[in-house]
Ligand binder design. Structure first.
Ligand code: SF4
Length: 330
């Protein structure tokens, strides 16, 4: 029998560890940061945090760090994240709660990280509804008289003129706040997107942002986007391929005191008084419902059947009535 190789097994990848001391020296007095930053001040807490984060990248696991204002925590996690991604080709997601922090990271901190040797590709990933759809905007401009209840001609004209100039195509780049009714008609929408069949696919700002994210090593997102991604992964049992976000190996949660709300809204189960009441009513209400249907199906020509009916009468119905009273009192 001849044996031959159909597909070579993937080579085991050796991870390249980071040197915490070397990274810490970048931020130390007399180091490169002090030469780059006019208002440099020594922050021992920042270096301590950087060493903890570096240790986590090297060894895996979870670190929970509480760092007060002025620690300089963004550089303390961005530098190890950037060096790790660059050396090991593994993607890291940086999740924040506020747009302000995302802007600080992308406008101020990441250029500094690049200047300090952490030259990686990064992408700010915003939710789809933040992006204009070129196709929808052009269609809405043509059909605006029948589409909108009020006159939106000035707004549509301003939007089309912005569309010719913008390189970003997202709401934060729009110099005015559009009426919700207008934005609803022009934003990118997954249900009506033509994707690769769209004549604007190549220049589409949303599609460009997703292509950029797919090739980036650092993704800057907000907590809601991260937990939307995690909810989709949990529902589809997909922990390795792309979901809402491209696949990633590490997560840094900044402003982590806000993750409870985001996690609850995307991964939690909501129980309302109305929902509970509806559930109880499905079981039994004025002699109807699932319980009564079961009761009627039970044949009483055996001891077992009679015992079952008695249990429903004596135990299940009283408990249901008590539960209903409790729910009403919530
Ligand atoms: S690709 Fe989709 S979102 Fe982009 S312009 Fe076309 S229809 Fe709109």
């Amino acid at each position: 029998m001849d044996l031959y190789v159909v597909v070579e097994p993937p080579e085991l990848r050796e991870r390249v560890s980071l040197d915490p001391g070397e990274l810490s020296d970048l931020l130390a007095p007399g180091g490169p940061l002090s030469e780059l930053h006019e208002a440099f001040e020594d922050r021992p807490g920042q270096r301590e945090m950087l060493e903890i984060v570096t240790h986590q990248f090297n060894n895996g696991g979870v670190a929970i760090i509480e760092a007060g204002t002025g620690t300089g925590k963004s550089l303390a996690y961005l530098l190890p994240a950037a060096y790790w991604s660059r050396n090991n080709k593994e993607r890291t997601v940086i999740s924040t709660n506020t747009i302000n922090l995302q802007e600080q990271l992308t406008i101020k901190d990441l250029p500094l990280v690049k200047a300090l040797g952490g030259d990686v590709e990064w992408a700010l990933v915003k939710g789809r509804g933040n992006y204009v759809s070129i196709r929808r905007a052009l269609l809405a401009a043509d059909a605006q008289r029948s589409l909108f209840e009020h006159d939106r001609s000035n707004e549509m004209a301003a939007l089309l003129s912005w569309l010719e100039k913008t390189t970003d195509g997202s709401l934060s780049d729009l110099p005015f706040t559009p009426e919700p009714e207008t934005w609803d008609e022009v934003r990118s929408d997954p249900d009506i997107c033509l994707r690769s069949r769209c004549p604007h696919f190549q220049e589409c700002h949303y599609q460009q942002s997703r292509r950029k994210a797919a090739s980036a090593e650092l993704l800057i997102v907000n907590h809601h986007m991260l937990f939307t991604d995690l909810a989709v992964r949990r529902a589809t049992l997909n922990w390795t391929a792309s979901a809402v976000l491209p696949s990633y190996n590490h997560i840094v949660l900044d402003e982590a005191h806000n993750i409870e709300d985001a996690a609850t809204s995307h991964l939690g189960v909501e129980v309302t008084k109305r929902g509970l009441y509806r559930l109880l009513s499905r079981l039994e209400r004025s002699g109807r419902g699932v319980l009564s249907a079961i009761y009627e199906q039970i044949t009483t020509d055996s001891d077992q059947g009679r015992e079952l009916q008695e249990r429903i009468e004596m135990r299940v119905r009283p408990v249901l009535a008590q539960t209903r009273l409790k729910v009403e009192g919530f």
